[in-house]
Design a protein around this ligand. Structure first.
Ligand SMILES: [Zn+2]
Length: 279
């Protein structure tokens, strides 16, 4: 009997270890080690002038559904500390929704080169770089933006003379047309339109697909730059309370209009209300 109790205890311990190691393998976040920060500095992915120091960043490890509908456990993004629990919850929701992610490696795997990352159809977050074609910091340099499936969701620069440039090049004749129910054509997987509301539910209210130019279908960010600056300036637990306030505002706005048949319009109007409040 005693033996059985011990055996049962060992067995239960073994099972709970397996479960917790699977959970931690699946979804977690952690601080970046000094060595890792030094590596980012050496690779130029972060500099000492960045708007967010390395100690305010967190590494997210997550599972996702790849293009052959298999669950992969190697998803890795780096985000601002206050956003880490939200991004973990977001990645869980994306998997639950069976949203396909083609690659999810941190940008240092590409030496911080966004063009290489996009060409590899890689979804990523932190990158200590300026905005494309400009000198101010990108929201990626705050760890407050995520780019998802660049080949399915290209970045389109549009000049005043009407010239358009599409990145990555693979997208040019594949994903500029955003319609996904077309005669004789299979729907494309991993389109950002499928998850605009999901991102908003976890605080990413701004979608680059809503812009006139550039149009950045792959890009989701938490709020206007001024708001992200406010989050960075606050103590993390206070920043979390502020972010929760905006997420609740969005969710209750949507809840009040649950019966509206035009849910895309509801998303746009509710997100618009929250973004206006953030300015
Ligand atoms: Zn982006």
């Amino acid at each position: 009997m005693k033996f059985n109790v011990i055996f049962l205890g060992l067995l239960m311990g073994f099972i709970s270890n397996v479960v917790s190691s699977e959970e931690s393998q699946g979804f977690s976040f952690s601080i970046l080690s000094n060595d890792y920060c030094q590596q980012l500095l050496a690779e130029g992915v972060i500099t000492n002038n960045n708007p967010v120091p390395c100690e305010r960043l967190r590494r997210i490890n997550f599972s996702y559904l790849d293009e052959s509908s298999k669950i992969k456990h190697d998803g890795e993004w780096v985000v601002l500390d206050v956003l880490a629990p939200k991004v973990v919850a977001l990645t869980k929701k994306l998997l639950e929704q069976k949203f396909i992610i083609f690659n999810a490696k941190p940008i240092e795997d590409y030496n911080g080169d966004d063009q290489l990352s996009m060409a590899d159809n890689n979804s990523s977050s932190f990158n200590g770089r300026a905005i494309t074609g400009g000198s101010s910091w990108s929201l990626h340099a705050y760890g407050a933006a995520i780019d998802i499936n660049p080949v399915q969701n290209p970045f389109i620069e549009i000049d005043a003379d009407g010239t358009a440039r599409i990145s990555p090049i693979k997208s040019a004749r594949y994903a500029v047309n955003r319609l996904n129910q077309r005669p004789g054509k299979l729907p494309r997987l991993g389109m950002a339109e499928d998850v605009v509301d999901t991102f908003a539910q976890f605080g990413f209210f701004i979608w680059g697909g809503d812009w006139n130019y550039p149009i950045d279908y792959q890009h989701f960010q938490v709020g206007p730059r001024s708001f992200v600056g406010t989050l960075v300036a606050m103590e993390p637990h206070k920043a979390e309370v502020l972010l929760d306030k905006y997420i609740s505002m969005y969710l209750s706005c949507k809840q009040n209009r649950q019966s509206d048949l035009e849910q895309r319009k509801v998303r746009a109007e509710c997100a618009g209300r929250v973004i206006a409040e953030m300015r």
